[in-house]
Design a protein around this ligand. Structure first.
Ligand code: SF4
Length: 143
């Protein structure tokens, strides 16, 4: 079976900024087709759970309290890519709208709930390396 990199929070792991998960995929159906390789780039980047929410602001990533966490996000993205290489993952199923995992649309940096076109740091790096990045609402594309 093919290995699939997947945002851990989608599997019910409580690693989100608010200490919760967002279990929103059919895990059993996924397991029939893929070996699941869970990862959380924000944890890999050295952030704690729970943590202050962050959004991308241009090339930086900022916490709502003004802390610049860009380097944490970059480190987490690199480790996520390293995991793709180790496990030979050609596809990543990532949590939409996250400043790390979000693909195609993310929050716009104003902490007002507004969305803008763009990728989270990890989704951006994986795409640039040729990984097929899919958001959870498009899961049918890989099933
Ligand atoms: Fe989920 Fe990704 Fe955020 Fe971790 S960084 S909590 S895997 S969306």
């Amino acid at each position: 079976m093919e290995n699939l990199l997947i945002s851990a929070c989608l599997l019910g792991i409580e690693c989100r900024y608010d200490g919760k998960s967002v279990k929103s995929v059919d895990i059993e159906a996924l397991k029939e087709k893929y070996n699941l390789i869970p990862m959380c780039p924000e944890i890999y980047g050295g952030l704690t759970t729970p943590r202050c929410p962050s959004e991308r602001v241009g090339e930086r990533v900022m916490m709502k309290d003004g802390t610049d966490v860009t380097e944490n996000y970059k480190r987490g993205a690199l480790i996520a890519y390293k995991m793709c290489c180790i496990f030979n993952c050609k596809t990543a199923l990532l949590k939409e709208r996250s400043p790390s995992c979000g693909c195609w649309q993310i929050y716009d940096g104003s902490f007002s709930g507004r969305l803008t076109d763009g990728d989270g740091c990890t989704a951006e790096l994986l795409k640039s390396k040729g990984i097929n990045v899919i958001g959870e609402s498009h899961i049918k594309k890989i099933m």
